[in-house]
Design a binder for this molecule. Sequence first.
Ligand SMILES: [Zn+2]
Length: 495
Amino acid sequence: MLWSLLKILVFVAIIGLLAMGAGFLMESSGGVQITVAGTEYTLGPLQSVIALGVLVFAVWLFFKLLTLLIATLKFLNGDETALSRYFDRSREKRGYQALADGLMALASGEGRVAMTKANKAEKLLNKPELTNLLVAQAAEMTGDTKKATETYKKLVTNNATRFVGVRGIMKQKLAEGDDETARKLAEKALALKPRHEETQDVLLNLQTRAQDWAGARSTLTSKLKAGYLPRDVFKRRDAVLALSEAKVLLDDTATVEQQEHAIEANRLSPDLVPAAAMAARAYIKKGKPRAATKIIKKAWEVQPHPDLAHAFAEIAPDETPDQRVKRFTALTRIHPENMETRLILAELNIVAEDFPEARRALGDVVEKQGDARAYTLMAAIERGEGASDAVVQGWLAKALNAPRGPQWVCDNCHDIQPEWGPVCQNCGSFDTLSWQTPQTPEIASATGVHMLPLIVGALEDQSEAEEEPEVDDPEVEEVIEVNAEPVEIEQEKRA
Ligand SMILES: [Zn+2]
């Protein structure tokens, strides 16, 4: 409103000034004297202003005619489009219009229209760096992969459009499932544009899938440098990658380098359970049990985990079960109420044949949040205390029907994985496995619930009829074997 008023005021002021100027010129005396070939012309003030306008027009006309002359000369020299270009002034305009229409068609999903417009624009404009991209995109939309590839290759040859071309071919290879070529192209694209976030993500994904951990670490670093990754996330992911570099079983063949990677991974992310377990094993191999203990204790503080307990047991493989219970207090006193701590403590006491202590360690776990492992331990305790087979088998049957407890679950697709890995084996996403109780109902319970009355009923009948500990049903025997596993392992270790 105020702006419009201002514009009107300025317009009125200009008109006023022009009128004043013209009046001033008409009233003023004097003028311009021009002498041409001995004749003298005297122009009045207003006339001289008009003459100046005519002069400007004459100069403009002169240059126009000059460009026409140049176009004609070019035409005579063999440039056939020079004249038509000169006369067809609207050509460029129509070219840009076609380009704009093509882009519009592309955005509204009309591949064929976009293709036609792209071809028209290409002819009119003769600017391949502008039109090729439209052609490639339109070709992809209409499913003409060959044409798209051809066009992308043309884009690669031009310095200004090389990145776009490489990226286009890379996407095609990704769609084809040719990850190997796509990875090489992504590396090339990233070399052209090191800060391009999408390419960084694509490359990182391909590298982790191809288990190129060293390459993935350098891509991750470039993400950090570009500022697309918070430092704490970077540290955690870098740790996962360092761990993956080390993730060859730390047996006798493990190199010093792999051990170092494990230790580095633990340093970068002390709460990463597999890294802590692996680093501890690396220290055990190096003959540094103190360092191993320290690492496991630190990780246990964040999250008690059976892998940590196993690594902790390996620090002193030859100790007696009683010595082991005593040594484990270093861990078990950190989170005494934690489920994992209680289960480990019960297991250790069962191996040491201190069954009342094992029962005390389990406490109310069995009533509150019993899982298969807790029920199996209860069965072992009952057996150790000399309960009847019916009682023991009752616990085992309960274990069959119970949830399996926490496992490595992918946060992205909720798939359950048998062991930790940097990449989810189901959906391929990176660093999504976490130790948690699965949300989904488990397959075991589907048949378990169905079978339970049969199993327990059969067991009760049997124990009443004859004191026969043998179980005839092969399925039940299998269940007992599977669920008794944790105890068996501990017993083996003792032996
Ligand atoms: Zn997944």
